[in-house]
Design a protein around this ligand. Structure first.
Ligand code: 0O2
Length: 201
C-alpha cells in the first residue's frame, strides 16, 4: 500500500521545517534581548501513515491524501514546551503574528481544563506554502496542529497517554481521579513557579 500522503510528503516536511525555523528565530530573538529562553524545547512529527489511516477509519472518511491533508488537520504536529505558564501565552501571541499563516482553530485547555485534568494550548494553523496542495492550489495551504504547554503539563499528558492504552488496569475509576488530582497539583506548582519567577524579577 502506498503512503497516504502520496506526492505531498515533501511539502509536509518543508512546512514543518518552516514553522520550526520561525520558532527558533523567536528563541534567538528572546535570548538576544533577555539572555533567557522563550521556551524549553520543541518536538515535532509528521503523523505516521498507519496512525493517519487509523484516524481516517475512526472518523469515517476514505483513506486518501485529501482526507489526510484537508479533512484532518494534524498531519503536521508541533509541540512547544515552556518553563512557565506566561511563556505559553507569549508563544501563542508570537504565533499570532506569523505571516502567511492563519490560526483557524484555537482551544485554551489551560483556562478551560478538560474534565480529566488535561491542560495545554491548542491551535490549528493554516500555512501558505509554495508547494501545491491536495486541492490543487498553488501556493498551497497546509495545516499544522500546534500544542503549547508547560513542562509539568507535558509530563502529565505523556503519562496519561500511556495509561489510557492500558485497559487491563484494575480500579480504572480510582486511576482517573488520581490522575485528575495530580494534574491539579501540577497546575498549582506551575502557579507557584510563576510567582517565584516574578519575585526574582
Ligand atoms: P496524537 O497521537 O497525540 O496525535 P481530533 O481528536 O484531533 O480530531 P479535537 O477533539 O479538536 O480533534 O482535538 P483536540 O482536543 O485539540 O486534541 C488533539 C490532540 O491533543 C490529541 O491528538 C492529543 O495529542 C492531545 N490531547 C487532547 N486531549 C488529551 C488528553 O485528554 N490527554 C492527552 N494525553 N492528550 C490529549 P490525538 O489525535 O488524540 O493523538
Amino acid at each position: 500500500m502506498s503512503n497516504i500522503y502520496g506526492e505531498y510528503e515533501a511539502a509536509l516536511e518543508a512546512v514543518k521545517n518552516d514553522i520550526e525555523a520561525r520558532l527558533e528565530k523567536y528563541q534567538n530573538d528572546i535570548y538576544e534581548k533577555t539572555h533567557d529562553k522563550g521556551y524549553e524545547h520543541i518536538s515535532s512529527r509528521i503523523k505516521s501513515d498507519e496512525s493517519m489511516r487509523e484516524k481516517c477509519i475512526r472518523k469515517g472518511v476514505p483513506e486518501t491524501a485529501e482526507s489526510a491533508l484537508s479533512v484532518m488537520k494534524d498531519a503536521i504536529g508541533i509541540r512547544v514546551i515552556c518553563s512557565f505558564v506566561d511563556d505559553v501565552y507569549s508563544v501563542v501571541e508570537y504565533v499570532r503574528s506569523f505571516k502567511d499563516c492563519d490560526i483557524i482553530k484555537e482551544k485554551d485547555y489551560i483556562k478551560h481544563t478538560k474534565p480529566n485534568g488535561y491542560r495545554s494550548y491548542h491551535m490549528i494553523l493554516a500555512v501558505k506554502s509554495e508547494y501545491k496542495d491536495v486541492l490543487g492550489n498553488t501556493p498551497g495551504i497546509y495545516y499544522v496542529e500546534m500544542q503549547v504547554r508547560t513542562i509539568a503539563m507535558d509530563t502529565w499528558a505523556a503519562l496519561e497517554h500511556k495509561m489510557k492504552y492500558k485497559k487491563d488496569i484494575p480500579n480504572q475509576e480510582l486511576l482517573v481521579s488520581e490522575l485528575k488530582r495530580v494534574a491539579d497539583e501540577l497546575a498549582s506548582c506551575d502557579l507557584s513557579m510563576q510567582t517565584i519567577r516574578e519575585l526574582i524579577g
